[in-house]
Design a protein around this ligand. Structure first.
Ligand SMILES: CC(C)(COP(=O)(O)OP(=O)(O)OC[C@H]1O[C@@H](n2cnc3c(N)ncnc32)[C@H](O)[C@@H]1OP(=O)(O)O)[C@@H](O)C(=O)NCCC(=O)NCCS
Length: 212
């Protein structure tokens, strides 16, 4: 088993920050933003959150599921918040712990995407997982075709992407997944040229003069 975070049995969550993003304990004040993040259609498409996510779901997650998971060592989830305002950007965690490995799990709200917050949060998480918990490998699993997730993994240095059909369970169904690997000693920067599609074109503003 990987080392346990100090104080995990009492749900003491280490605070990790780079000055822009802070990883901290999820609190009841995060419930409205967490519910909005999980009700987002992109989260529904690519993560395992229940459909029709409500504030009651978020409250259960914050007040029951996450504390219990820390106490038992099942998984370790953090709030990722703006270090200046404390507004919740999203969540990030070490899931499926086995041996000295774990999967990285994350879900950031639409307001956080493209800001660099998810990348910063993952860097803090990975530093902590490798340096403090003694993990030897971290894995990244993304439902095909979650290119935003795959690209973030690529930026962080995750390598050796493979596609395994039906590997990911999503609400009882088996869906196709990409898996990527990062070793404790690997560089945290792209290890190969980007092999995915170019960024999607930005939505064009409606030209009101040319409307019929
Ligand atoms: C995955 C996630 C954390 C990524 O956050 P992010 O890095 O801030 O996301 P971005 O929107 O900046 O997208 C990352 C990159 O992918 C690119 N990208 C996004 N969608 C793309 C697509 N359909 N095709 C090609 N590239 C795409 C973006 O252009 C961006 O590239 P750039 O940095 O070169 O501009 C965030 O999108 C998220 O939380 N999504 C919902 C839940 C989820 O998918 N969780 C991950 C489960 S594995």
């Amino acid at each position: 088993m990987p080392a346990r975070p100090e104080g995990a049995e009492n749900y003491e969550v280490p605070v990790l920050t780079d000055g822009t993003v802070v990883l901290r304990r999820l609190e009841t004040r995060d419930v409205p933003q967490l519910a909005a993040n999980c009700a987002d259609p992109v989260a529904a498409e690519y993560t395992t959150v229940p459909l029709g996510y409500t504030e009651d779901d978020a409250r259960w997650y914050v007040e029951e599921f996450v504390p219990e998971a820390w106490r038992t060592g099942r998984e370790y989830n953090w709030a990722a918040a703006d270090a200046a305002t404390d507004r919740l950007w999203g969540t990030v965690g070490l899931n499926a712990l086995r041996g000295t490995t774990a999967d990285v799990g994350l879900n950031f709200g639409p307001h956080a995407r493209g800001t660099g917050a998810a990348e910063a949060a993952c860097r803090l998480l990975l530093d902590y997982a490798f340096a403090e918990l003694g993990l030897t490998y971290a894995y990244w699993m993304a439902k095909v075709p979650n290119w935003a997730s795959r690209k973030l993994a690529w930026k962080l240095g995750f390598r050796s992407p493979v596609r395994i059909d039906g590997f990911m369970e999503q609400r009882g169904a088996s869906v196709d997944a990409w898996l990527l690997t990062l070793g404790a000693g690997d560089p945290r920067s792209p290890q190969m040229p980007w092999d995915g599609p170019p960024p999607p074109a930005p939505a064009r503003p409606v030209d009101t003069d040319r409307r019929p």
